[in-house]
Every structure is written in C-alpha cells, then in structure tokens.
Design a protein around this ligand. Sequence first.
Ligand code: KE4
Length: 431
Amino acid sequence: MQNADQNDILFERARAVIPGGVNSPVRAFKAVGGTPRFIRRAEGAYFWDANDKRYIDYIGSWGPMILGHGHPAVVEAVQKAVLEGFSYGAPTEREIELAEAILALMPSMEMVRLVSSGTEAAMSALRLARGATGRKHIIKFEGCYHGHADALLVKAGSGLATFGHPTSAGVPPEVTQHTLVLEYNNIAQLEEAFALHGNDIACLMIEAIAGNMNFVRATPAFAARCRELCTQHGALLVFDEVMTGFRVGLHGAQGVLGITPDLTVLGKVIGGGMPLAAFGGPRAIMEQLAPLGPVYQAGTLSGNPVATACGLATLKEISKPGFYEALAKKTRTLVDGLKAAAAAEGQPFNADSEGGMFGFFLMDELPQNYATVMTTDNAKFNALFHGLLDRGVYIAPALYEAGFVSAAHGEEDIAATIEAARQVFRTLRPL
Ligand code: KE4
C-alpha cells in the first residue's frame, strides 16, 4: 500500500483547528488546487515537505530569505540573541544599530520606526500620512497589495468620482470611502484623480515594482508623474517596499527608479525571516509620531531583540560588495532560460526580473496592469505549477505572486528548474 501522504494527513488535522488549515490564505493552494506542502525543514535553496520530498524554493518565505535558509552568520546571530533574552519591552542598542543600517541604505529616510509586519508598517504609514497632512483621501492601485488594514482592502469604485468599495467582509464602506483605486500605469487617470481631489489627498501608496500582480513595473513616466503630482498637490508619495526593499537592489525600487518617496514601507528582507517591518521618512514627518507627536502607533514586539539580530545579520551580508550583481545575474539566467524553454515548446510566455525578484506570464507581452495579468489562463498556470511541484520546483501557488531567488540558489538549481519547466511546457496543451 502506498505510504499515506503526510501532507494530506497534516492538512486534514490543520483544517480541524485552523481556518482553511493555514495562517495565511495564499498558503492553502486554493488558487492552484491540491494539498499544500507542510514544510518540515529548510536549508539553503531547498525545503523538505512532510513526505521528506525536497523542493527548490522560489518562495523564500515570500521574499525574506534572500540569503537562503539557515545562513550560518544569521543563525549564529539569532542563537546569540536568544541567550540574552527574547523580548524586553524596553529600548535596546540593537534597534538603534538596525535603524542606522536601514537609514544608511535608504537616503530618502531620516528616521524609521520598527514594527512586526508589513501590514502594520503600511497601516501606520497611512495613518501618519493622514495625520501629517490633515487630509483623509488616499490613492492606491488595482493589483497592489499593502497588507490587510481595512482602508487598504479596497476595489475600484465606478469611475473617479466614486471612491473604493471593500474587498473583504467586515470592512464597513465608511472605512473605504476615502480610498481611490486607480489603474496601475494609467497616467491620464492619475492626472484626472488629482485634478478632482488633489488638495484632499493625504498620500498615494504604490508598489513601484508590483510583486502582488506577479511582476509589473511602474513605467518611469508613470512613477515620475506620481512624484510630480504628489509634490504639486501636497500629498505624500508612499513607496510600499515591503517586497522590493533590499530585494530588487540594495536601495530598493526607489534606487532602481531614481525616485525619492516621502515615506517608505519596508518588511520581509529586513527581518531575515523573523517578524520585523518598518516605515520611515523625513524627520519632520516622522516626528509627528507618538511619543513626540499626535499620531499614535505602538507595538509590544516592535524592534524585538531577536528579530533585530536576524535583520542586522541579513543586512550585513547583503551589503557586501557584489552581492546584488551575483544575485541579479543568477535571477536573469533563470528568467532567460524559462523564456527560451517556453519558446522551444511553442508556449506563449514572457518574464522579467530585477535583483533577486522575478515574475513570468503565460502570454507574449509583459502586462502593464492588473486587468491584463488576470487574463492569464488559470488552468494552464495551475498545470504549470503542479508540473513543477511534481518535479521538485516550488513556485508561488498563485499566478499573481512574484518569485524569489536567493544567494543560496546554485547554477545547478537554476538549470534543473529550467529543464523542469521545459518538460512541463511540453506537456501543456497547445494554445
Ligand atoms: P505582511 O503583513 O504579510 O508582513 O506584509 C503585507 C505586505 C505589504 N506590502 C507588500 C508589498 C506585500 O507584498 C505584503 C505581503 N506580501 C504577501 C505576498 N504577496 C505575503 C504573503 C502572505 O500574505 O501570506
């Protein structure tokens, strides 16, 4: 008798006590079908599921594991930190060190506040922008995700005169009535929105390389227009770099685009896999925050001494000369190899990457907005996902998610991934 699949057993047990069997929805494989893999351990570029099957990991905890799993210097730093205590609820020197390290790499930021998740950082940045400007309205873009704070769980209203509607139950329409949802890369719509509401807009929040619609770049013209219009109307430009920060380059997407935002939201890589995120900007804005200013924000585990040790050790490694050149080259080799494999098998396909982040689309174009991304043939993506999974390659279990390469991925892993993809492209039904 075939050994019972341990993932199935664990999934059934999990669903009895945890909603959907997971602690974050995307992990449930609902978009792609099948049983989520319960991970037992990870090392370098790999993790192993409950059946002890090894996968090349292109999730990397959704971005944080840029060094790969279990980097010796990071493990050592965390082991040392836990022996000094897990949490104090009092300030520590290490929080200063991490803040100084972040500010040294993000010249747009003069001060930073550490928190425990990207959601918390984006929510706090939004409250700070409203407090600092005294305005209510905010702009976000369809396809960008900024965590699950109520005011950001919004879909576009009908036209620019109407504000957003909640995308989640439990969010009263009153909470989203000040959120305007625009089309990504649509300059005309952006200009119209500012013409209509400009003087009432507290901030515009954007993923400048949108990893939550797989991988869509803000065009340089669009990004520049966001900056110009925010400046012109006294709104704050907020770059949500939770995913792109220290992932697409040492200075994030703002470094790639050469755009200076007013506030930056960070997460993922800066925690190195531990719960740590941050938001920051100019001193004049940041000093509006409690305990100095009127904008309240707090957190029991903010700046946690173990998480800051993990983050600092990670930032130290990625700041070493040549780190991003090597990572970007490896990621681009993967992307070029996937494109070549798809072309060889006659499959419509395109892909892009920046630093250690990549995305691909089962179409010949590179989409410029969410609506185009969502024209993807779901069944085909799901077949690709499971074909790769069966071959020991674990990509994001959703077509709107980006992929991540770590410093631990070797040339042989990239080559094996490209070969696995070629085999799967061959099995996919011709268009
Ligand atoms: P967290 O609260 O999940 O730490 O961060 C929210 C967040 C904010 N901003 C951006 C640009 C993000 O990508 C995220 C979280 N990203 C998702 C993956 N697309 C995390 C994975 C998950 O939800 O389980």
